[in-house]
Design a protein around this ligand. Structure first.
Ligand code: GDP
Ligand code: MG
Length: 426
């Protein structure tokens, strides 16, 4: 069984929380794209954890965690993340953590590039991309330029170090053009010595591992970072991430392009949130936004940035469901809406005097205006509900309406951040 857990919206839908819950039925959890720009919050009996690089299955003792070849890995960040979890009593060893030899290494100069370019954009246009400044776009660019270092190279440092001088010379052409100090061969080598060596023991052929696990009937889960609207091809380019967040990419990014997904579970939020820049048609402003942001605690897990918020967006979510080929949905953070007597849903967009219900090209999005419909709220605490029958009628109506408008079954409803705060709808 191969299941993908993916984001339907702009990210921060609660994927980490749902992976932590659903991974009890899985043997392997695998991250297949992105880097430490992810921020997956997990709250369970062992404490509160924010995972950036490690798969969310790392908190379950019996789960083997895989970091696939589609990922970009900041060595220093990963060393820190492992150390922090160990301090919290989580066991991490090559038995429960396997890193693809084909995964890409994020270099400190990629982080520098990210910062230089966001600052340049801000000065030149006043419109930065809203990057997390963790080097993600530059390192993916290096990958496609075939200039990046891969995790497997840590197993033969002598060979790796022979590549360093030319890569450094090439990279410095860019860094100097921004007017910054060049990087040195020594500092690059010292990065590998300090943070690469300790990680070498986790590096292996994750494709071979996953294929064998699959043949032995193990259940494998793929954990996405970010949502459909942040995908490099299908998202709101350039306000996207630089990797494929799409479920169909999971087997490729994990190391098993030969395998097909059994199912795709989309994680969708009961309202909308969007961190960073870019078109966000259903956005609330002023007091309306503050109220929802406070209720939902909408501040970035990776960066602490206040997230932009709005009501549930049918147009964007339906597109997200299509992109993810979602078979069923986990609707998260429904409890955040408890305090509202009346709720809004963005059912359509208005564009040039016409009502549209398809999600348009990014440039066109800037001209779209939201159409809101009002629905009755439940206006009571649902965070203790654990059964469908315990939910108030208005909450059930809200779930049903979203289900009908989006055309996808809602199997799980999450009513709190803790592991057991959810309802199975069927
Ligand atoms: P991810 O990046 O998709 O894993 O999501 P984040 O962790 O960035 O953001 C989701 C936030 O919502 C986290 O702070 C979670 O602890 C919290 N959360 C997840 N599900 C629920 C829920 O059903 N209710 C509430 N109130 N909080 C939730
Ligand atoms: Mg997040």
């Amino acid at each position: 069984m191969l299941t993908s857990i993916c984001g339907i919206n702009w990210g921060d839908e609660g994927k980490g929380r749902m992976v932590d819950l659903l991974s009890r039925d899985f043997d392997v959890v695998c991250r297949y794209q992105g880097g430490n720009n992810a921020g997956h919050t997990v709250i369970n009996e062992r404490g509160k954890f924010i995972l950036n690089l490690l798969p969310s299955g790392i908190l379950r003792e019996k789960v083997v965690n895989v970091m696939g070849c589609g990922m970009v890995i900041d060595l220093k960040h990963l060393c820190g993340e492992i150390e922090n979890l160990r301090k919290a009593g989580i066991k991490i060893s090559p038995a429960n953590l396997k890193i693809s030899d084909k995964a890409i290494i994020t270099m400190p100069y990629n982080v520098l590039q990210d910062i230089m370019e966001e600052d340049r954009l801000t000065k030149a246009t006043g419109k930065p991309y809203g990057s997390t400044r963790r080097g993600i776009a530059p390192v993916y660019a290096d990958k496609y330029m075939k200039k990046a270092f891969r995790m497997g190279e840590l197993l033969n440092l002598e060979l790796l170090y022979k590549r360093v001088p030319d890569i450094v010379a090439w990279k410095n052409m860019t860094i100097k053009a921004y007017g910054f100090d060049p990087v040195t061969v020594e500092e690059v080598i010292s990065y590998f010595e300090t943070y690469g060596k300790p990680l070498a023991e986790y590096v292996c052929d994750t494709g071979a591992f996953l294929n064998e696990a699959n043949e032995n009937g193990k259940h494998i889960m793929f954990e996405a970072q970010l949502g459909a609207l942040r995908d490099i091809d299908y998202g709101i380019v350039p306000y996207t991430s630089s990797s494929s967040t799409i479920a169909a990419y999971a087997p490729i990014g994990a190391g098993v392009p030969n395998l097909k997904l059994t199912n795709s579970i989309g994680i969708m939020k009961a309202y909308s949130s969007c961190v960073g820049a870019g078109p966000f048609t259903c956005e609330y402003f002023g007091k309306q936004a503050e109220r929802l942001r406070e209720a939902g605690g909408e501040y970035g897990a990776a960066t602490g940035r206040p997230r932009r918020v709005g009501p549930f967006d049918v147009v964007a979510s339906r597109y997200g469901i299509l992109c993810q080929g979602a078979d069923e949905i986990a609707l998260t953070k429904l409890d955040v809406l408890d305090e509202y007597e009346e709720l809004e849903i963005c059912t359509h967009y208005r564009l040039n005097g016409k009502t549209i219900d398809n999600f348009p090209f990014t440039d066109v999005l800037d001209d779209c205006k939201p159409v809101f419909e009002k629905v009755k709220g439940w206006h009571c605490d649902i965070s203790k509900c654990r059964k469908k029958e315990e939910l108030p009628k208005e909450a059930l109506d809200y779930i049903k309406l979203i289900e009908i408008l989006c055309g996808c079954k809602i199997r799980y409803v999450s009513v709190g951040a803790e592991r057991d705060a959810y309802i199975k709808m069927y």
